[in-house]
Design a protein around this ligand. Structure first.
Ligand SMILES: Cc1cc2nc3c(=O)[nH]c(=O)nc-3n(C[C@H](O)[C@H](O)[C@H](O)COP(=O)(O)O)c2cc1C
Length: 462
């Protein structure tokens, strides 16, 4: 499937340690239309493959584990040596990977010390050489670059470098509008995205401080072609649905006091293949992938930020958050669950809409991890469980007593213990006896049926 660009095609950003196959699939089910792997070292990949012996696969390829439903997928590479980046991309292209991104923004010393990541912004000439090697290796329309403003505040290079990269053949650019030294401090300079989008004639994706649907809309209104959700998706994977609901409604606009008020819906949104707002059964039967047709919608004002949502709790604003959603494994679809928000429902022992939704996402994530990550080895803790033990508390971080739950989860050695810990923590949730309407019933089964798309081991390309 071609890479989708446009305001109704939200991407999942590359997130080292997080944007693995199960999380990418979860986000796709919730409306992400493209996703990136975490950054992978080009040199590490080539050297690792060379060293690979009869002992088996190079474990670094695990980072690139994928599945036919994980499409379209962008593999992000980092490196400062054109020959390694080109060789890695060619190697992966031969294994079936189609789209690539060059990391020009990571400020972590382990990356910059080799001249890669944000260090490339100090040396735009080299950055252009590395990018050119990548573009030539994979062919037209297959690769983009993700950059920051510059290595530090004193030397913004993104406009000149962005132009140069476009001239060299970048198919798209992503801008995280902070400089490298900043890390994640301060705020993203969203105006920089407007400047870059005005400068180059290729798609420009925005990535930075998008924690709510409305944050994404602001970038789009400034001229970004599309948006990538990063930490916002980690905090609440339902953010894709919320964003698409906002986009589809086209009816949110900031009033003078910042409150959102109804406006006429732009006509383009109906034909965009956008997943139905909030939980219409069947809307995500095709993994949240958009219809192939449809030009990006006309730019409509989508509203100013309001109060942040917490933990998938319903927004007080507009069309979003009126329903909780959860995945029904028997029916193989996400269900809309009508329930009025109850303010008295704190997360924890009770199971209000926010908790139910967060728990639904967590259980679905766990199921995907169990299905798609490597099979357990006899006598060892399953790799998927190791992963979910640390990820689970992230979903439940607003819950009362989360520290105790975290301690319990980290001690779990089996899935039975994992689910028992969750059940013990949320006794009021409709775990088993909620009848057909109970979205958690199927999740609660440690041996629940697998959705058809994932009936087997995840495939490792190549
Ligand atoms: C945990 C974490 C890991 C990240 N890993 C990568 C990465 O591998 N490659 C990359 O280009 N950016 C990476 N980023 C940056 C994000 O892709 C994104 O550009 C950044 O977080 C800004 O967007 P946000 O404020 O909406 O999260 C990472 C960010 C976080 C928080």
């Amino acid at each position: 499937m071609p890479l989708p660009f446009g305001r109704n095609y939200p991407w999942l950003a590359p997130l080292a340690g997080y944007s693995d196959l199960p999380f990418r699939i979860l986000c796709r089910e919730l409306g992400a239309t493209a996703a990136c792997t975490e950054m992978v070292s080009a040199r590490g990949l080539i050297c690792g493959l060379k060293r690979r012996s009869d002992k088996g696969r190079w474990s670094g390829l695990e980072l690139l584990r994928t599945h036919p439903a994980d499409d379209p997928l962008v593999v992000q590479l980092f490196g400062a040596e054109p020959e390694y980046v080109a060789a890695a991309a060619r190697e992966l292209a031969e294994r079936g990977y189609r789209y690539f991104d060059l990391n020009m923004g990571c400020p972590a010393p382990k990356v910059t010390k080799s001249g890669a990541g944000a260090a490339l912004l100090r040396d735009p000439e080299r950055a252009a050489l590395v990018a050119r090697a990548l573009f030539r290796a994979v062919g037209e329309g297959r690769a983009g670059c993700k950059l920051r403003l510059g290595a530090d505040a004193a030397s913004p290079v993104y406009l000149e470098l962005g132009q140069r990269l476009a001239d060299e053949g970048a198919a798209w650019l992503t801008l995280h509008p902070r400089h490298g030294k900043q890390g994640f401090a301060g705020t993203a300079d969203i105006k920089a995205v407007e400047l870059l989008a005005g400068r180059v004639n290729i798609p420009v994706l925005a990535s930075g401080d998008i924690f709510r649907a409305e944050d994404a809309a602001r970038y789009l209104d400034l001229g970004a072609t599309g948006v990538m959700f990063g930490r916002g998706a980690l905090a609440d994977p339902f953010i894709f649905r919320k964003f698409l609901a906002l986009s589809a409604s086209g009816s949110e606009k900031a009033g003078p006091d910042g409150a959102l008020s109804a406006q006429a819906a732009p006509s383009a949104t109906g034909s965009m293949g956008v997943p139905d707002a909030m939980g219409a059964p069947g809307a995500l039967g095709t993994m949240g992938a958009p219809g192939a047709t449809g030009a990006p919608g006309a730019k409509g004002a989508m509203g100013a930020p309001g109060a942040p949502d917490t933990m998938g709790a319903p927004s007080a604003k507009g069309a979003m958050g009126a329903k909780a959603v959860a995945y029904d494994e028997g029916a193989e679809q996400w269900l809309g669950v009508q329930s009025a928000p109850r303010e008295s429902d704190a997360m924890g022992a009770s199971c209000g809409e926010g908790a139910e939704q967060a728990l639904g996402a967590l259980l679905r994530h766990a199921h995907l991890a169990r299905t798609l990550l490597p099979a357990p080895v006899e006598g060892r803790i399953p790799p998927a469980l190791l992963r979910m033990r640390s990820i689970a508390p992230r979903y439940l971080r607003n819950a009362q007593g989360i520290k105790r739950l975290r301690m319990e989860l980290i001690r779990c050695r089996t899935w039975e213990e994992f689910y028992a810990a969750l059940r013990g923590f949320f006794p009021a949730c409709p775990w088993e006896n909620a009848g057909e309407a109970g979205p958690l019933r199927k999740f609660a089964s440690a041996n629940g049926t697998m959705p058809r798309q994932f009936g087997g081991e995840g495939e490792l390309c190549g």
